[in-house]
Ligand binder design. Structure first.
Ligand code: SAM
Length: 286
């Protein structure tokens, strides 16, 4: 089987199997070897690593991963791609393909069985319709992960990376930065994919923190505060929190907490960084 990653070989495989792209699965296959090289380099894959690939498609990036990693586990939802993957990956004995939905697969079990519970690396050209649930699912289920290197919509990559004072800043920025250090590796134009997506893309690497950068007594409260403040971006932080069904603190308690932090009662949530939200969560926990 010839190496994929260029338009000719990709078209040959698609024709051989008369494959029809499924829009509902966010199928945009990579056809640019430079981008593939960049992803592998940014993820810092070595022969020690177990790599989880989400959505291998016809196996383009999977081939690169098999060459560079110790072992690869690839989870693909589309059953029509399974016979294609058997063909395109037939030369490799260090890969297993699971036909399933990544949001339902027990990744902790895979890490336990295949990597003795040690941190893995996650690499994917993600289906854009479920980027946030996939990434937050990995973080929140506390799967041992060293880094996550993924292709996402450019706008989403920007939102993950920015801090206060930009219009992209929001709940996703804070959630991602609580768990990991984001770094945008490359911007990728639509012509690097088949079919071309309507939006620009970017590769982002999330290097997972060993310990969260802020300490909070109640992690659930921290995330409730973050969500509530950005749900009503135009309101003051106090009003935003008061209007949220998720927050039980009274106006007086919130004002007292802000006062203890030396912050104005009319502050807006969008000016708060992760540390400020952590201080607020801890003040309200007291
Ligand atoms: N990795 C391939 C590449 O770069 O050419 C394909 C990337 S394509 C953007 C996304 C892939 O994820 C598709 O193969 C799609 O079928 C698969 N996919 C979509 N939803 C999925 C899910 N919930 N679980 C696992 N795979 C999924």
């Amino acid at each position: 089987m010839a190496t994929l990653g260029n338009p000719q070989n990709t078209i040959a495989v698609l024709q051989k199997y008369q494959f029809n792209f499924q829009k509902k699965f966010g199928q945009n296959f990579l056809i640019d070897t430079h981008v593939l090289d960049k992803i592998i380099a940014a993820a810092n894959i070595t022969k020690e690593d177990l790599v989880l690939e989400i959505g291998p498609g016809i196996g383009t990036m999977t081939q690169y991963l098999c060459e560079n990693a110790r072992e690869v586990v690839a989870v693909e939802i589309d059953k029509n791609l399974i016979p294609i993957l058997e063909d395109t990956l037939s030369e490799y004995d260090n890969v297993s393909v699971i036909n399933g939905d990544i949001l339902k697969v027990d990744i902790n079990k895979i890490v336990e069985e295949k990597n003795g519970g040690k941190p893995i690396k996650v690499v994917a050209n993600l289906p854009y319709y479920i980027t946030t649930p996939i990434i937050m699912g990995l973080f929140e289920s506390h799967v041992p992960v060293e880094n996550i290197t993924v292709m996402v919509q450019k706008e989403v990559a920007d939102r993950m990376q920015v801090g206060p004072g930009t219009k992209e800043y929001g709940a996703l920025s804070l959630a991602v930065q609580y768990y990991a250090e984001p770094y945008i590796v490359a911007n990728v134009p639509p012509n690097c994919f088949m079919p071309r997506p309507k939006v620009g893309s970017a590769v982002i690497r999330l290097t997972c923190h060993k310990e969260p950068p802020v300490k909070v007594a109640d992690e659930t409260l921290l995330f409730r505060l973050i969500r509530a403040s950005f749900n009503q971006r135009r309101k003051t932080l106090v009003n935003g929190l008061q209007n949220s069904p998720e927050i039980t603190a009274t106006k007086e308690e919130i004002l007292a907490a802000l006062d203890s932090m030396g912050v104005s009662p009319t502050v807006r949530g969008e000016t708060f960084d992760l540390e400020a939200f952590a201080c607020l969560a801890n003040a309200l926990t007291k």
